[in-house]
Design a protein around this ligand. Sequence first.
Ligand SMILES: [Zn+2]
Length: 342
Amino acid sequence: MSIKLSPIVILSSLLYIFVASCKKQSTLPPTATGEGVDSSQIEVTNDVDKQVISSYENWRFGKKAYLHTKNILDFGSRSIESEGHKKTQAYITAQLQKYGWSVSRQSFKTNTPYGERSFVNLIARKKDGRKSPNIVLAAHYDSKLMDGFLGADDAASCVGALLEIAEHLPKQDKEIADQIELVFFDGEEALTPNIEFMKDGLFGSIYYSQYMRNDVAGAKKTYLQTPTFGILLDMIGHRNLSIKIPSDTPSSLLLSYLSVIEKHELLDRFGVADGSILDDHYPMNKIADLPTMDLIGNFSAKNWWHTKKDNLENISENSLNVSIQVALEIMKDQLAPTKPKY
Ligand SMILES: [Zn+2]
């Protein structure tokens, strides 16, 4: 007796083997050691030259994101409860309102290694959008508490990218924009050197995920159901762009990602890391049960990560251009009606 495998079964099996072979390290906080990184694959010396991969027209991708990044960096450090942190909140809120989004502040206090601290996630939906969002697009707006640290790509540039999407997408693709919830997480950065799940760092995404889980299951119904998928942006705008998403990315999103980067010949810039990564997508997957991918720079291979060198000089409009379009293409691929569900 022979067993016939459908293309879907074969593809699923291949994907399983691919993911399983990548999964060499457990969930660990990001470290600067470069452990497990093949340096021959990451040293890209030229800036990205791809200009337009998306079908959206009259949108100069990356331009506004770069300007927003610059404006945010002018506020100085965005470490929690700082002056720059408050100014960034006000800036994000004002921009979103200008583009027709209603913004809510999700304020909370929680214990940290340095006692109880206050945090604010900013959450935006289109004023005339869906009652319950279908897609979550997120980035963190706080910066790590370190002397002279600005966090240009970690993650002011990603806030800039979300603001650019907030401005342009409703004009280009109202149907998709109406399904989106934009989330600007507070407290992603650990107060001690490394993120430790449920102890230090990811404060905003943990609170957001717990709130969503309780809400879907409970009576408040800010969310009528869990959104279908999420995309987190983190470190997507650096020069000599190199992106490596976690190996345990939910399979449907991983398939969309691989299909987009292959189609647009971006394999030299976009890859898959050897292991999982502890970032704001983690609580979204584990607590909110919301399949979320982390479009994240190959931080462990970058000598500027968590140093003063992560300043405006580190940011490239070309990199933002490509990363924003890849995020949009993944989103469109996820929403395609013919897409097989796994
Ligand atoms: Zn960081």
